[in-house]
Design a protein around this ligand. Structure first.
Ligand code: SF4
Length: 210
């Protein structure tokens, strides 16, 4: 593994004491920046850290929902760690959020999503993935607004789950939040991503093969 592929927490050294959202500074345990393979072709984007990630500092870990995501990543060959790992060994995938600080009682406000947008935009620009997985309705709408020509209101996470949506420079593969994922939806998501892995999904940018 070369240095470019090292898996580390907050690999871009983003501000771990960011105070752009005063209310979230009061409720978070820590800022949870992105985590995973900086050379990844797949980037998963959730809305905000859940209870587990707020504690561990690593996205999609430390609770039942995180274990669901880690289990899927393991089945797809993106992780060699057990689902309960709080610091999984990830390959070809990077995990991050729209907002990086947790309020246990409410979703982030539009202003907070906007405050945090620069971190996500920078990660996506630096990683330059082929596939982005919006996890839940809010990330789907935000990423659709940013990276597709379709109006965000036209997307529905239940209907669009495990489909491929052509974006500007990326394909989106929406996923229902892990808390709400049915067994059928899990299977459908793994099937879609397996099919993507089986074809040349890197065709858009001529990325070097690894
Ligand atoms: S949510 Fe984002 S912008 Fe707001 S305080 Fe946390 S890291 Fe900073």
């Amino acid at each position: 593994m070369d240095a470019n592929q090292e898996q580390i927490s907050n690999p871009y050294g983003m501000d771990s004491d960011c105070r752009n959202c005063p209310a979230l500074c009061e409720t978070r345990s820590q800022v949870v920046h992105g985590y995973g393979d900086v050379g990844a072709d797949f980037v998963f984007v959730g809305e905000a850290p859940a209870e587990g990630a707020d504690r561990t500092g690593h996205p999609f870990t430390g609770d039942a929902a995180g274990e669901t995501v880690q289990d899927i990543l393991g089945a797809l060959g993106f992780s060699e760690s057990p689902p309960e790992s709080e610091e999984p060994d990830l390959d070809n995938v990077y995990l991050t959020y729209l907002t990086r600080c947790r309020d246990p009682d409410r979703p982030p406000s539009d202003e907070e999503v906007l405050n945090c947008e620069g971190f996500l935009t920078a990660e996506i620009r630096m990683i330059n993935p082929e596939i982005i997985v919006p996890v839940g309705q809010r990330p789907l709408e935000e990423l659709a607004f940013e990276y597709t020509t379709t109006s965000p209101e036209e997307f529905d996470i239940e209907r669009d789950h495990a489909t491929t949506v052509r974006g500007r420079g990326f394909e989106l593969v929406p996923m229902v939040e892990p808390e709400a994922l049915s067994a059928e939806q899990r299977t459908a998501f793994k099937k879609t991503v397996s099919e993507l892995l089986g074809r040349d999904y890197r065709q858009t940018k001529g990325r070097r093969s690894r």
